[in-house]
Design a protein around this ligand. Sequence first.
Ligand code: FAD
Length: 445
Amino acid sequence: MLEGIEIEEGKEREDFAGFKIKPKIIAYPKSEDEVVRIVNYARDNKIPIVTYGAGTSLAGHLQCEGCILVDMKRMDKILEINEIDWYVRVQPAVNLERLNVELNKKGFFFPPDPASYFLCSVGGATANASGGMRGVKYGTFRDWVLALRVVLPNGKVVKIGEPLRKNRGGYDLLHLFVGSEGTLGIITEIWLRIIPLPQRKSYTLLVYVNDVEEAGKLIFNIRKKGILPEIAEYIDDQVVRALNRQLNAGLDESGGGAFIISVEEDYLQKLLDLLAGKKYIITEGDEAEKIYSIRAQSAIALKAEAKLMYVEDIVVPVSRLIDAIKRIKEIEKKYNIRMPVIAHIGDGNLHPNIILDDPVKAQEIFEEVAKIAIELGGSVSGEHGIGVQKAKVLAEQLIAHNGKEVLKIMKGIKDLIDPYHIMNPDKFVELAYKLSEKNEGSISR
Ligand SMILES: Cc1cc2nc3c(=O)[nH]c(=O)nc-3n(C[C@H](O)[C@H](O)[C@H](O)COP(=O)(O)OP(=O)(O)OC[C@H]3O[C@@H](n4cnc5c(N)ncnc54)[C@H](O)[C@@H]3O)c2cc1C
């Protein structure tokens, strides 16, 4: 039944975060028809399917044992750049950086930029509803995906959404699939909204701060003054040192980390007024690009020096940032561990990275940090998604903020679309529901 499809047997992989992927077979479809045949085969033989983009997800989304791993890498074409309707239509394995190189040639760009933009696939980022450094201004993939073609677990192919700027047709199934982590179907084509490249000059400032609290206060003031940054990021002193060691980044190590902010020229003076007395450099052009790229590689620099690293992705209302930061620091002190912080601080999204060789203890601490977000009215995941690692805390968040009924509705949607239980099963909402019923469960790699 899989004749003619490129198949590899029994080759194990690890995702970026070290979660094990132990497939029975790996399939490399070259077309939507081949994807349909793989799904039909998996359903008839009751074998779970895990769809693989570039393997950079961070919460065990791809973990499996005995699955068919559907690696989309052969479906990597940019199919259409529409300069009038302002969309681009792509196959899922298109690399995000490559996409922007092609769009830039025509004067356009696609803003969402997970810091893995040079590694990740558009399909994976769509299935993860990824955010990124420009999220503070442009939002996440959720705000930019217009339509999808999807192979459902029953083998049928559907087109969801339309490449339109406005569309009020029916229930919003599109946003159900964006961020569904491969649990509802395999995405084979994606329409993304694009916009013209910004015309105004912009500046990137590297501001040295004494600590993360000072970075938090800076963001409060920036928002009060009505400054809309393009990026507003923070890396703490441990990240600065790792970047210097790994990339020769040349950052000043004497303070408590760096705040990186890009603004259009109209906002520059207002920002400089706020920075009076602080140590900073202003860059533009290639120099600004270099700072952006150093920031993007922060997690890679940390990971290069850690055996095991658990990447948090909590998000809180910006007004609660300082409370969250103080409580994170208390946990770091309480357990006497290293927990370097990378943050999309402009939108309240914090990535404390738990570096600890004991996976059980690390997961316990991970959940303790996630609870800070729940208690402060935030979310356990701003952009990375749930996978297996955050399923327990997702259940706690939904029950605390929305009620168990909402979790039940989510589980009902999974059952409706995938009654065969084959599409990336036992993760995300399904696992959250299961753990909430049993009130138990441990997550391992
Ligand atoms: C260094 C680093 C920095 C990062 N920074 C950010 C960041 O700033 N913001 C952010 O949001 N994330 C970030 N991430 C997390 C991750 O990179 C993103 O979520 C990314 O977009 C995932 O893309 P991928 O192609 O690697 O997907 P994968 O990891 O391969 O897959 C992700 C999920 O999508 C599913 N999937 C993949 N392709 C398809 C498809 N065609 N159809 C259906 N389901 C599919 C998978 O089954 C899985 O559940 C970072 C990761 C790293 C390693």
